[in-house]
Design a binder for this molecule. Structure first.
Ligand SMILES: O=C(O)CCC(=O)C(=O)O
Length: 248
């Protein structure tokens, strides 16, 4: 993570990294989404849900993994899902924002070290132009000291900002940032985006939602992102380093 990326992420609560996926990676994941939506049985069972199959390359993609380790420490993955939004389809309303001490949402930066807590990575698989319906962010709200007034916890607020990006771009944001889905407005292409969620290895916010058969279908180094919630195991198989999925 560069010093500039740290500055932007800390300042705004999110970071856009354009074009981290190749065209063929984007095509492979879009093809998997298409098959899941139209004929899921054509895929082996462990590829019918994210992050199985082609989408598994996103779990530890080199463009994001070092950033996640920098802002979270050792990480676990909590969930992975995709959205396919045609014109008129909306997303969740504004949520998050304002400093708090819950370790799942406690955004902090001390002595140059960020702790982002629950962190989302969005991969946009189609081009997005600002105003078309990409995720909306209220920059700085992840460390706001005052409650967000109702007039600004509203997607019409001029304080919300969004992004333009080419296909294959990633947006990393701390879930304590106030953010929102938006209605997709481009009739010429859908919004196709993947939402991956990570946490510090010793924390969990969501009830686990990735089924065992999906995890079992991943290579061992990717399975490790779904290990149980604990930090250190004296004399454990990885010499206390926690790098193995134990099953559930
Ligand atoms: O649908 C979106 O663009 C935002 C999704 C969202 O709110 C979230 O990932 O927490």
């Amino acid at each position: 993570m560069t010093e500039e990326q740290k500055f932007i992420f800390d300042l705004k609560g999110y970071l856009l990294i354009p074009e981290v996926l190749t065209t063929s990676e984007v095509d492979d994941i879009k093809s998997q989404i298409d098959t899941i939506r139209t004929n899921a049985e054509a895929l082996p069972p462990h590829e019918r849900q994210f992050p199985g199959g082609a989408s598994s390359l996103l779990i530890d993609h080199p463009a994001i993994i070092d950033i996640l380790k920098e802002i979270l420490g050792e990480i676990r993955m909590e969930s992975s899902w995709f959205t396919y939004r045609s014109v008129g389809n909306g997303g969740p309303p504004p949520h998050g924002g304002v400093r708090n001490v819950n370790p799942n949402f406690s955004y902090q930066c001390t002595n140059g070290k960020i702790y982002s807590a629950l962190t989302r990575v969005v991969f946009e698989l189609n081009e997005v132009k600002a105003g078309e319906g990409g995720t909306l962010f209220l920059p700085g709200s992840h460390k706001a000291n005052f409650q967000i007034p109702e007039t600004h916890r509203n997607t019409d607020s001029p304080l919300f900002e969004t992004y333009s990006c080419p296909p294959g771009s990633a947006i990393i944001f701390t879930e304590n940032l106030c953010h929102s889905g938006d209605t997709w407005k481009n009739p010429d292409r859908p919004r196709i985006a993947v939402f991956n969620c990570y946490n510090f290895v010793g924390c969990q916010f969501h009830k686990p939602s990735v089924p065992k058969h999906i995890i079992d279908g991943l290579p061992p180094e990717k399975q490790a992102y779904f290990r149980n919630v604990w930090v250190w195991h004296q004399g454990g198989p990885d010499n206390g380093k926690n790098l193995r999925y134990e099953g559930s």
